[in-house]
Write a new protein. Structure first.
Length: 278
């Protein structure tokens, strides 16, 4: 990835991203474990009034302060599609967790430049936990630097995924091969289910080693890349390619980049994904 100097994200962009996350949190917290309306979207995924209120709050600030930047949000679509700078939003990544009263969902805010993620925020508004990453800077958790941990071998690594139901048949085969390599096919393998974006923050902080997912849309993964990579990890698709706006929706995150080839070898040749929408 090569960006011109004036295209790189700035300290002002990062400060703005924090304010956007603050605004989303103010919209979400009063509704958590409260009374809210929900419905099913065309793809059958759920959406609540908290999703929409949070994205509307973010968009109101962006329209005022970055009127030339594009905006792509899960709930309200694309604005100014020709802009090279684009804010990518998922107001509640893990809507089902929000609906169930589980505080492991998050607000995702990314800035992309020419299709590449250059700034990302993962915010858990109930626990008030926030990871922030930006190209050229180290990732922070609530303002303090964090780093991923080393992982000497796949055997014994801690693997996470949101749900096995998000994998198609061939994708599930690739995932199960990886799970077998991680756990030695033992029943008590160190595998964590559930978590959506929260898992990537935990990986950035050195609590998990690998996250493996498929069917992810751009708003699901754009913010994760700067957070994970700024903490010393790496992210790619299931073929080992860097993630950008044209990625196929398969996602790997590793705290220790040295294990990427091992992971890809363990998975074999998984098929291209189909979107499920987190």
């Amino acid at each position: 990835m090569v960006l011109s100097q004036n295209a790189a994200p700035t300290a002002d962009d990062l400060a703005l991203a924090h304010r956007l996350a603050d605004a989303a949190g103010e919209a979400i917290r009063p509704l958590f474990r409260g009374d809210w309306e929900s419905e099913r979207k065309a793809d059958k995924s759920p959406v609540t009034e908290a999703d929409r209120a949070a994205e509307a709050a973010i968009r109101a600030i962006l329209e005022k302060e970055r009127p030339e930047d594009g905006i792509l949000g899960e709930e309200y679509g694309l604005t100014r599609e020709n802009s090279g700078r684009r804010w990518v939003l998922d107001p509640i990544d893990g809507t089902i967790s929000f609906m169930a009263g589980r505080p492991i969902f998050g607000t995702l805010i990314a800035l992309m430049q020419d299709g590449w993620p250059v700034l990302g925020v993962i915010d858990q508004p109930v626990a008030r936990e926030r990871w922030a990453g930006m190209l050229g800077q180290g990732t922070t958790f609530n303002g303090k630097p964090v780093t991923t941990r080393t992982c000497p071998t796949l055997d014994g690594a801690v693997l996470a995924t949101s749900s096995p139901h998000y994998f198609g048949r061939e994708e599930a085969d690739g995932y199960m091969k990886l799970a077998g390599a991680v756990g030695g096919n033992a029943r008590q393998a160190t595998i964590v289910y559930g978590g959506d974006c929260y898992n990537y923050g935990l990986l950035a902080s050195g609590h998990l080693d690998i996250v493996c997912e498929a069917g992810m849309a751009i708003h699901d993964y754009a913010a994760l890349v700067p957070v994970v990579e700024g903490a010393g990890g790496t992210m790619s698709d299931w073929q080992g390619n860097p993630l950008d706006a044209d990625s196929d929706g398969t996602v790997l995150a590793l705290g220790d980049p040295a294990r990427l080839d091992d992971v890809l070898e363990a998975m074999g040749d998984p098929a291209v994904s189909h979107s499920h929408g987190h």
